[in-house]
Design a protein around this ligand. Structure first.
Ligand code: ADP
Ligand code: MG
Length: 406
């Protein structure tokens, strides 16, 4: 009876507590992540008030749970006593002797005293289950969707083999649609990238450049078509393919750790190979910076690299991508957030890396991709033109629009 009485509310408050907890975490992340904006725009109070609201709502839910659990005990006791009174009344009504009723009642009383703690225990547990079942659902969903992924990580992590790559990367009629969207972000893309060449993807924002690169990286699985390295489907051998690839994104994620650990990223101290770090530092032209620092490679760079300039952060990103000496280097707007002069320097570092490497880059400024062997001009998920810089400049109006925009 007691459980039935509070079932609906427990369900409701359980959902509400989950929602409010999520909002609290989100609120804290936003406020801390956007700390400078929050301060400059004078929004501290707004953030605090909103946070207080979430806490209050969550507290209300928790209070309901606690009160209903604590209140259940007196309610059960009341029901027990009422039951005994009813039995006594019923026996009297049947006309039994007082002397026969009392031992009977004593027996019931003793049983009830023994039963109440267990019953209230059961109620507490069931209430907790009902309250937290929504949180459990959402954790379960996440774990379940990660299961497949973690299985493949476990089996493949130990393997250091690289997928053989001697000739070319080929995209064969690749299409991709993001989950929950109706439009295809990539439509039937076919192209091939010979080993050792440098190719650039250009086009206005939203054209599908990052999507194509994420597919080549093996981060997204194409819906149709395939990506082949020397004829082997890379999406069937993701780990082995990714061992060939270095990736430099636009915003390098830096850990609050030493430069060395940021370059070798994610490896433990024993696993880090110093020669590899040094080679990467040299290739990324970080040596001058390191030489200036008293602690050198062991300098702690602060959370997300707050103690570095944009060019330095980007170079740490380059060094990280080079740590495993990858055959393919992929850059998604890797230099877009730098000023022109710094970008030139970083691009020089990248030019010097080319050698036998295959370089795939997306750039905002067309001067960045000027020296590429092949440029692909993208629009609305399709490749609308391809050729070297001067060809596109001469014949393609869209290309020149992109040039002007930048
Ligand atoms: P680009 O890098 O050329 O600016 P993207 O490849 O990032 O463009 O995006 C191509 C298209 O896919 C855009 O229309 C964009 O809105 C959409 N898109 C990108 N990422 C996602 C995502 N995670 N979920 C849904 N749509 C996305
Ligand atoms: Mg992009």
């Amino acid at each position: 009876l007691v459980l039935k009485l509070i079932k609906g509310r427990l369900n409701y408050y359980g959902k509400s507590a989950l929602k409010e907890r999520k909002r609290m975490i989100q609120g804290v992340t936003e406020a801390i992540g956007g700390y400078k904006d929050v301060t400059v725009m004078n929004r501290q109070k707004r953030f605090l008030e909103r946070f207080r609201g979430y806490v209050a709502n969550m507290t209300r839910a928790e209070i309901f749970k606690s009160v209903s659990i604590y209140a259940s005990r007196p309610v059960i006791e009341l029901i027990a006593v009422a039951g005994m009174v009813f039995i006594a009344g019923f026996m009297l009504f049947q006309g039994r002797e007082m002397g026969a009723i009392i031992p009977m009642l004593a027996l019931f009383g003793a049983a009830v005293v023994r039963l109440i703690p267990s019953v209230s225990h059961i109620i507490t547990k069931i209430s907790n289950l009902r309250f937290y079942v929504h949180s459990l659902d959402s954790v379960h969903r996440d774990l379940y969707s990660m299961k497949e992924h973690s299985d493949s990580v476990r089996t493949e992590n130990r393997k250091r083999d690289k997928l053989p790559f001697e000739q070319e990367i080929t995209l064969r009629s690749v299409s991709y649609r993001y989950p929950g969207t109706t439009d295809e972000a990539l439509k039937d893309i076919s192209l091939s990238i010979p080993k050792g060449s440098a190719v650039g993807f250009v086009g206005e924002s939203g054209a599908g450049k990052s999507t194509i690169v994420d597919i080549i990286l093996g981060l997204l699985d194409p819906h149709k078509g395939e990506v082949l390295a020397d004829g082997t489907d890379i999406h069937r051998h993701k780990r082995a393919w990714q061992n060939n690839v270095g990736y430099i994104p636009q915003f390098i994620y830096l850990a609050d750790d030493t430069i060395r650990n940021n370059i070798a990223f994610g490896l433990s101290d024993e696993e880090i190979e110093d020669e590899k770090v040094e080679a990467a530092v040299e290739a990324a032209q970080l040596d001058a910076l390191i030489a200036d620092l008293t602690a050198g490679l062991d300098t702690i760079i602060g959370e997300n690299g707050v103690r570095l300039s944009g060019g330095q952060r980007q170079r740490i990103g380059i060094a990280r991508a080079l740590y495993n000496d990858p055959a393919v280097l992929i850059m998604d707007e890797a230099t877009s957030s730098l000023d022109n002069a710094t970008e030139k320097q970083v691009m020089q570092a990248i030019e010097a890396l080319k050698g036998e490497r295959t370089v795939i880059m997306i750039a905002h400024r067309l001067t960045t991709v000027e020296n590429c062997d092949m440029l692909y001009l993208m629009k609305d998920g399709k490749i609308i033109d391809r050729g070297v810089y001067s060809d596109l400049q001469n014949r393609n109006r869209e290309f020149n629009v992109v040039s002007l925009e930048n």
